[in-house]
Design a protein around this ligand. Sequence first.
Ligand code: GTP
Ligand code: MG
Length: 195
Amino acid sequence: MKVTKAEFIISAVGPDQYPDDALPEIALAGRSNVGKSSLINRMINRKNLARTSSTPGKTQHLNYYRINDAIYFVDFPGYGYAKVSKSQRQVWGAMIEKYLMEREPLKLVLLVIDLRHPPSKDDELMYDWLKHYDLPVCVVATKADKIPKSRWQKHMKIIKDALVMRPQDSFVMFSSEEGIGKDELWNQIMQHTGE
Ligand code: GTP
Ligand code: MG
């Protein structure tokens, strides 16, 4: 997809604030600091539209970005960040759960994982949960630039096995730093949104 327009729409704290124009939504879930916001920026060729930071736990709401007036990226708060208080975590958890269960325009969840490491317990729980609710998932293994290409296949297998990936879910090797996997990921997104 050729991105000609990309806008930040809203940092939403609940359903009242979600857009009501029914455009297809692509949600990004993953650990804090894994690279969700960087992935959005790479996909839309913008340096810093989605706020990135080396301080984990920065994204606290559901951040909506509208692309080409056609789809939304919905950037989730990252999970697994120890310094976030328990009550804060419960608030986020409830918001995300409700969104994933009830959000009709949601077409695909990008589960963003660090290619360098096996999935965390939280990653496994998130994927199990997405499977349970029968949501289409694309696992995006990012930071691929950080390991040699010769080791990609081995790391991919570790991730796929640990998650017990369903055959209908796709896997994309990615790097926001170098742009690896960008076209493939757009293809996956377009297959699910009909764009
Ligand atoms: P939260 O909003 O806290 O959940 O984090 P996030 O998942 O949005 O991560 P973010 O995009 O802010 O990236 C975290 C850090 O990882 C930043 O320092 C990025 O520059 C770095 N980073 C993200 N993607 C890549 C990548 O593909 N390669 C490399 N080398 N670094 C990356
Ligand atoms: Mg972020």
